[in-house]
Design a protein around this ligand. Structure first.
Ligand code: 5GP
Length: 351
């Protein structure tokens, strides 16, 4: 059979390509808006009521200090993979049973990742680790789906979040594997260079809309991961059907990064780097494997002090977006969202 190159001609969009159309509303103030959501996960059987924004499992973002700042807001954190076990033990044990579902332990799919989790579960009360985030750059491998199934068999009642993917068919496969929350996003991250290095990616707004549609049809949830640069993007991600939204760069540069700011030209900065950037690989494994090009970069972010002010902006922006479209509860935001396209074509450099 002759091979024919396929091109999908349908336009796919990023957050910057749209705005949310205002709608008539009976709400009079942002304070009337409830931005918490309750989810019951059909696979794990767990229920969680949270402000469904997750700090990304990255150095300088998914930190214990960030979790301490997030917990009072009922927001979630996926811890980065690089804490020593004894530090994790102390932290997880300090959580109350109510707080435990707000913190995800993050792992990859290598044997060493499994050994590390096993070692942690030997020293921590199992119930304190309520959520596990299985994080790989490419969620399309058979090995990843098989791993997801094994994790569900081994941990029937833990909240499992896994990704990343960008299309409906793999969302369905991961849902069948028993994943509660499927993480969506390949290439939208601010310090991600996957699209440039590999040519692979999917505009994030469309990925979220399509994956949410697939997931909701079969009763699982998605997390829109990456690409939010301003609070309005977080509102767009929820409006597009994201059940959870994961953010990195907007949370970078704060005291909660657990990094020391450095001085440059009289100003203070903190480095924000991609998890597969050269900086990250050198820091955590001392080398860049010869078969692997870096798919992340580093940026110097002005030091912003405590994350509290930034959280107020993100949460205030989201509440206000709900007010503009008449959504009293965050749950109603997708139903009340109509996007208006504001760009004519995608930037040729995918930004
Ligand atoms: P941001 O909020 O900064 O736009 O995106 C954060 C997300 O970027 C993370 O949750 C993760 O999915 C993705 N990410 C982080 N580091 C890297 C990296 O080095 N390479 C790639 N391809 N993606 C990354």
């Amino acid at each position: 059979m002759r091979y024919v190159m396929r091109i999908e001609n349908e336009i796919k969009l990023d957050y910057k390509d749209v705005l949310i159309r205002p709608k008539r509303s009976t709400l009079t103030s942002r304070s009337e808006v409830d931005i918490t959501r309750a989810f019951s996960f059909k696979d794990s059987g767990q229920t969680i009521t949270s402000v469904p924004i997750i700090a990304a499992n990255m150095d300088g973002v998914g930190t214990i200090a960030m979790a301490r700042a997030f917990l009072p807001h009922k927001m979630l954190v996926a811890l980065h993979k690089h804490y020593e076990l004894k530090v994790l033990k102390k932290f997880f044990e300090s959580l109350t049973h109510e707080q435990a579902p707000y913190v995800f332990y993050t792992m990859g799919i290598k044997d060493t990742d499994v050994e590390r989790l096993t070692a942690l579960l030997k020293i921590v009360d199992e119930k304190k680790i309520a959520g596990i985030c299985i994080d790989v750059a490419n969620g399309y491998t058979e090995r990843f789906v098989e791993f997801a199934k094994r994790m569900r068999d081994r941990f029937p009642s833990k909240i499992l979040m896994a990704g990343n993917v960008v299309t409906g068919e793999i969302v369905e496969e991961l849902a069948l594997a028993g994943i509660d929350i499927i993480k969506v996003g390949i290439g939208p991250g601010s310090v991600c260079t996957t699209r440039k290095m590999t040519g692979v990616g999917y505009p994030q707004l469309s990925a979220v809309i399509e994956c949410a549609d697939a997931a909701h049809g079969i009763g699982v949830r998605i997390c829109a991961d990456g690409g939010c640069q301003v609070p309005g993007d977080v509102a767009k991600a929820f409006g597009a059907g994201g059940d959870f939204v994961m953010i990195g760069s907007m949370l970078s540069g704060h005291t909660e990064s657990e990094m020391k700011p450095f001085q440059k030209g009289g100003e203070k900065y903190i480095t924000y780097y991609g998890s597969s950037s050269e900086d990250a690989m050198l820091k955590h494994s001392g080398k860049i494997p010869h078969y692997r090009a870096s798919e992340g970069k580093s940026v110097e972010v002005p030091y912003k002090g405590s994350v509290e002010r930034t959280l107020q902006e993100i949460l205030g922006g989201l509440r206000s977006a709900c007010t503009y479209v008449g959504a009293q509860h965050l749950k109603e935001l997708p139903k009340r969202t109509t996007f208006i396209r504001v760009t004519q074509q995608l930037n040729p450099r995918y930004q």
